[in-house]
Ligand binder design. Structure first.
Ligand SMILES: *Cc1c(COP(=O)(O)O)cnc(C)c1O
Length: 431
């Protein structure tokens, strides 16, 4: 069964004439998995529809933001209302306060928040705040964690960098990444060593508390608790990059589930309901360092944009309903249990990491605790799976380093369909 994609091919060839690789974000290009990216025309619920009118069951949710599914009426209504009133003013607007309140009520570590336009801006500004607040320069990050594309994070990062096997990027000054210490995820001993080696020099430890950009990897409890302890002991700040996990793994993010209070939290994706947004927040005391209250400069022409705010407000209002998270947990678990059972019956080595609606599939017989644990065998097998699934109208992320992001629109019937195709896939692997 081969799905048609001639129209997408033509559109892609045209796009390549005008934009590098034909895309505006690298992983979209399908360079890692092979084949041609599908040009998507529209989405509805759990499905997206491409230029050749294929209906694809979507497991990316626009790489995380669309936790309720595609083209959600309540979100669209709120957006339309905002647009009718004007799209941008460059003044304070009521919608900013409304979204700020929704976030602050849900995430206890945040008392004050600043809106920006992307996750990249959020993490970048969070680090500037940490450096300005502590008057220190070094930061610790973890291999395979992705914090957006700012210079200081492009040192053994996840997502697109991992997908294309790049440790860093040309154009990033050595002097900038020299201030970034990169350590294996789940390796507390090395964090301890770094604090010993650079006492009073480390401004912050930044981490994806549950990773979504080297697929889904969970932190060991003593590791994540250890980070909280070490940063406190060394008067350094702990930054949780919850751009992916915020409002996804629970209403209060990963910090609520892990029961850890970071000093600064970066948000994005879901809080923009599918429109460009980012935010960072923390205690009143730390946030008081941000301009104009304090001396640390950070600004944005379109920051707090009323249209983005309206989409975020509609999304977070919906997510107050705990049933949504219960549904997400149930359908995600159902999928994961099925995948494991089927793989086992075909003797395919598999580990499935699930955290709420974030699912990481690894073709491996060993548990995956860090980036180095991800093998070439996994990547090759995942790429085969991606191609096989696409031919069967299932859209998995076009990179072995990205997790699945399940939405409220996904039902058990969708998962049963995926499992039936997965069984066929396992058969072909054994042939
Ligand atoms: C997506 C993501 C970012 C970057 O956000 P952009 O909006 O793409 O700039 C940063 N951190 C994490 C954890 C992300 O998942």
């Amino acid at each position: 069964m081969l799905i048609k994609n001639q129209k997408s091919k033509n559109l892609f060839n045209e796009a390549k004439k005008y934009m590098p690789g034909g895309v505006n974000s690298p992983v979209r290009s399908f360079k890692a998995v092979g084949g041609t990216p599908h040009f998507i025309k529209r989405g509805k619920g759990a499905y997206i529809y491409d230029a050749d009118d294929n209906q694809l069951l979507d497991f990316t949710g626009s790489w995380g933001p669309l936790i309720l599914g595609h083209s959600i009426t309540k979100i669209k209504q709120n957006i339309k209302k905002a647009i009718d009133e004007g799209t941008s003013f460059g003044t304070p607007t009521l919608r900013e306060t409304e979204l700020a309140k929704l976030i602050i009520n849900a995430v206890p570590s945040i008392e004050k928040i600043r809106f920006v336009n992307s996750g990249t801006e959020a993490t970048m500004s969070a680090v500037r705040l940490a450096r300005g607040y502590t008057k220190r320069e070094l930061i610790i990050k973890f291999e395979g964690c992705y914090h957006g594309h700012a210079d200081m994070f492009l040192s053994n990062a996840g997502s697109g960098l991992a997908t294309f096997d790049q440790p860093t990027s040309p154009g990033v000054p050595k002097s900038v990444v020299e201030s970034t210490i990169t350590i294996d995820f789940n390796d507390l001993k090395s964090v301890e060593k770094a604090f010993k080696k650079y006492p009073k020099e480390i401004a912050a430890v930044i981490i994806e508390p549950i990773t979504g950009n080297m697929s889904v990897i969970k932190p060991k409890l003593d590791f994540i608790q250890g980070l909280r302890k070490l940063t406190k002991q060394n008067s350094s700040l702990l930054i949780f990059d919850e751009v992916m996990t915020g409002f996804r793994v629970s209403n209060g993010g990963a910090q609520k589930i892990l029961d850890i209070k970071p000093d600064i939290t970066a948000l994005g994706k879901i809080i923009g309901g599918g429109l460009p947004v980012g935010a960072y927040g923390g205690s009143n005391e730390i946030m008081s360092y941000i301009s104009p209250e304090g001396p640390i400069y950070q600004a944005g022409t379109l920051s707090g944009n009323p249209v983005s705010m309206s989409a975020g407000i509609a999304t977070l209002e919906e997510l107050k309903n705990q049933n949504i998270y219960e549904h997400l947990e149930k359908v995600s678990k159902f999928l994961c249990t099925g995948l494991k059972q089927i793989a086992k019956s075909y003797n395919i080595p598999i580990k499935v990491n699930q955290f709420g609606s974030m699912v990481g599939i690894f073709f491996s017989d060993k548990e995956i605790h860090n980036f180095k644990g991800i093998s070439k065998f996994h990547i090759d097998t995942y790429n085969q799976l991606h191609n096989f699934f696409l031919k069967n109208n299932i859209y998995f992320p076009p990179s072995a380093y990205e997790g699945l992001f399940i939405s409220y629109a996904h039902k058990k019937t969708h998962m049963n369909f995926v499992l039936s195709i997965f069984e066929k896939f396992c058969k072909t692997l054994n042939e």
